[in-house]
Design a protein around this ligand. Structure first.
Ligand SMILES: [Zn+2]
Length: 522
């Protein structure tokens, strides 16, 4: 279970505009950044200020590196409100992977102490790539934010979107049985003819563009839903798809431009061809496509003077799921599958050549056709009998194989269910507190959540929002595993998202209601 306590008291709505101008003081400490010491926005005619920077967070002691991982920071200020957006190339903000639970509170406390930035105005999103970050990632993240503060200049802003639908697929497969499984390396897929339909994707790339006063771009924030887990040939450390897309955007927009990727509702979205075994899997072409599609969108955005900057940070209490019944059902399924395995005449060694032979010819699989015709002419049917027996044995062997494959799925899901059930019991309570943030920068509106939201959640929130440019980022300010829809949670035990989840189905309505309320206020 999440050991993380929400690291600051943010139970109440924080209206960012009422905060004191602490950054101005901190900026002086940093060495006289005079732009930040200007008076309140109203007095100056409301200029939005922003700076962006990135710092390498690659762990270079952890084996070969294909491409660097970064912490990218964007600091935005309007009047007395300062907000920090950090995008890290890591799997999660605490709980799993290489970033510890201390990371977020440490970064926030340091930024509060040294720069006067309120903790609840610091948003940190993990791209969810599976790269390995350095052990001093917290210090380096603070460095990135400080470097961004030092580069702050007046900016114009604009929001928009791009479109990309070639690089990803929904990984949940609806089976003809009504159950759902997912496309994982952790287990085999069901037979093709068991699959009835696949789920949706969200092709929208949410965009925030910040330009300097001379019209040159300073930073781009882009939001997209897809697990960046394609890897690179050879398996070296990589920031994966979204590392490549950020590189493409930065290289094309010019020197000193920072492209911050915010992972969206990618909980059930895989890279396309995720289980390809015929070509080396590579994140680079997918990332290049995403980057170019983001750029196409960025170029349509007209940046204007707009000083709106709001952060609403709330703690939401969500119900945890009790999986006792589902675990019992799955254990019974496991026993039943095990007991259904039958003795077979064939072994792998005899099965494989027979499977090839019997797929090449329906009528004459065992030998040339003339031998069959010869037997027919003499009234014999020895080969036909042999074929019938071999076909029965092939079928029996394949039934065992499919049962074994189903067992791999059941056992993986059972392990996850037992892990989260144990943490529920150990926690001694039935709820979990999560941090939900709403942020507005000009026309760009963002809602964040710390779990792996599945794509339908994002599509729902965008559809219900009163704002044109509404985007949703999971994987932000903490990590509480997967957050599938209530309907998907009826399927617990089938797709890994549903088992690697601590929430009860009611969580979805509570979160979507809170998101709608925050959006209304932004
Ligand atoms: Zn994931």
């Amino acid at each position: 279970m999440p050991r993380r306590a929400i690291p600051h008291a943010c139970d109440n709505i924080r209206n960012s505009n009422r905060r004191p101008p602490r950054l101005a003081v901190a900026a002086m400490l940093l060495g006289g950044i005079c732009l930040l010491t200007a008076g309140p926005a109203e007095a100056r005619g409301a200029t939005l200020m922003a700076g962006a920077a990135k710092v390498d967070i690659t762990n270079r002691d952890a084996g070969p590196v294909n491409d660097p991982l970064y912490a990218r920071a964007l600091v935005i200020r309007s009047g007395e409100t300062t907000a920090v957006l950090v995008a890290v190339d890591a799997v999660a903000i605490g709980e799993i992977g290489y970033i510890t639970n201390e990371y977020l509170p440490t970064v926030r406390a340091t930024l509060n102490d040294e720069l006067g930035i309120p903790p609840e105005h610091v948003l940190i999103n993990a791209s969810h790539c599976h790269g390995i970050v350095c052990t001093d990632v917290a210090e380096r993240t603070v460095q990135a934010v400080k470097a961004a503060v030092e580069k702050m200049v007046p900016v114009t802003v604009g929001a928009g979107s791009g479109h990309e639908d070639r690089i990803m697929e929904n990984r949940r497969l609806k089976l003809k049985s009504g159950r759902e499984v997912d496309v994982r390396h952790a287990y085999s897929l069901p037979p093709d003819d068991a699959v009835a339909e696949v789920g949706p994707v969200d092709p929208q790339i949410g965009l925030l563009r910040l330009d300097r006063e001379d019209g040159t771009p300073l930073a781009v924030v882009y939001n997209f839903a897809c697990h960046p887990i394609q890897g690179v040939p050879g398996g070296a450390n990589t920031a994966d798809i979204t590392g490549f897309s950020s590189k493409v955007i930065e290289e094309n927009l010019g020197e000193d431009v920072i492209a911050l990727f915010l992972q969206g509702c990618g909980g059930d979205i895989n890279p396309i061809d995720y289980k390809d075994v015929d070509h080396p899997r590579s994140a680079e072409p997918l990332g290049n496509m995403l980057g170019l599609s983001a750029l196409a969108g960025v170029r349509t955005i007209d940046c204007r003077e707009d000083d709106r900057l709001t952060v609403i940070n709330e703690t939401l209490t969500l119900p945890r799921g009790d999986r006792t019944e589902r675990i019992a059902e799955l254990e019974s399924k496991q026993r039943q599958l095990l007991q259904s395995l039958r003795g077979t005449s064939l072994s792998l060694k005899t099965f494989l050549p027979l499977a090839v032979k019997y797929s090449l010819s329906d009528d004459y699989p065992s030998y040339y056709s003339h031998r069959y015709l010869h037997d027919d002419a003499l009234g014999r049917s020895d080969l036909r009998h042999l074929d019938a027996e071999n076909r029965r044995n092939i079928q029996a062997y394949m039934r065992n194989i499919h049962t074994m494959e189903e067992l791999t799925r059941v056992q993986t899901n059972l392990r996850l269910l037992r892990k989260h059930q144990a943490s529920l019991v150990a926690s001694g309570k039935r709820t979990v507190d999560v941090e939900v943030v709403g942020m507005r920068v000009g026309e760009f509106v963002l809602v964040t959540f710390p779990g792996e939201l599945t794509v339908r959640i994002g599509l729902n929130i965008k559809k219900a929002s009163p704002h044109d440019h509404t985007f949703v980022a999971g994987y932000t300010n903490g990590y509480i595993y997967y957050a599938p829809t209530a309907e998907q949670l009826l399927n617990v035990g089938g797709a890994q998202e549903d088992s690697d989840c601590i929430l009860a189905p009611e969580w979805q309505a509570i979160f979507e209601g809170k998101a709608a309320e925050i959006l209304e206020r932004l």
